[in-house]
Design a protein around this ligand. Structure first.
Ligand SMILES: [Zn+2]
Ligand SMILES: [Zn+2]
Length: 138
């Protein structure tokens, strides 16, 4: 006998948007401009968190553009070889969207607007950005 167990459980409390968990990613850049001491370009590996491929690509693309680095590869850390998985790499630094400064975002300052993804190095830059981009009227 088949009992009807496929009732929707907790369907009322289900949020509209599906929450995608952040995955840990690894990215490898080639730095062609840091090779004065050596004939070979320097390879940099950074780790970061992103919700899926497109967010990951967005983050590393803007990083690579700002620092004129070449993206070698990037993938979810759990899909990398054991050699990489067991290692901890430096975090991918953030770039302040207002002043273009690179900062290590242990304590990043996100924009106050819910739908804005930008991060800032200081509250000064955040204020300037809000005035510039969101035209807050009080
Ligand atoms: Zn800044
Ligand atoms: Zn903003």
């Amino acid at each position: 006998m088949e009992s009807k167990k496929r009732k929707n459980i907790r369907s009322e409390n289900k949020p509209e948007k599906e929450v995608i968990p952040s995955e840990k990613w690894l990215v490898s850049f080639k730095n062609h401009h840091n090779s004065r001491a050596s004939l070979f370009p320097r390879i940099i590996i950074r780790q970061f968190y992103a919700q899926g491929y497109y967010e990951a690509y967005d983050m590393i693309r803007s990083y690579a553009e700002k620092l004129s680095l070449e993206i070698m590869w990037f993938k979810e850390k759990r899909n990398c070889s054991n050699l990489f998985i067991s290692k901890t790499f430096p975090l991918l630094e953030s770039i302040c969207i207002y002043c273009n400064r690179i900062f290590n975002d242990l304590e990043p300052i996100p924009c106050l607007k819910d739908d804005c993804i930008h991060m800032f190095c200081s509250t000064y830059c955040l204020e300037k950005h809000i005035r510039l981009k969101h035209c807050v009227k009080k």
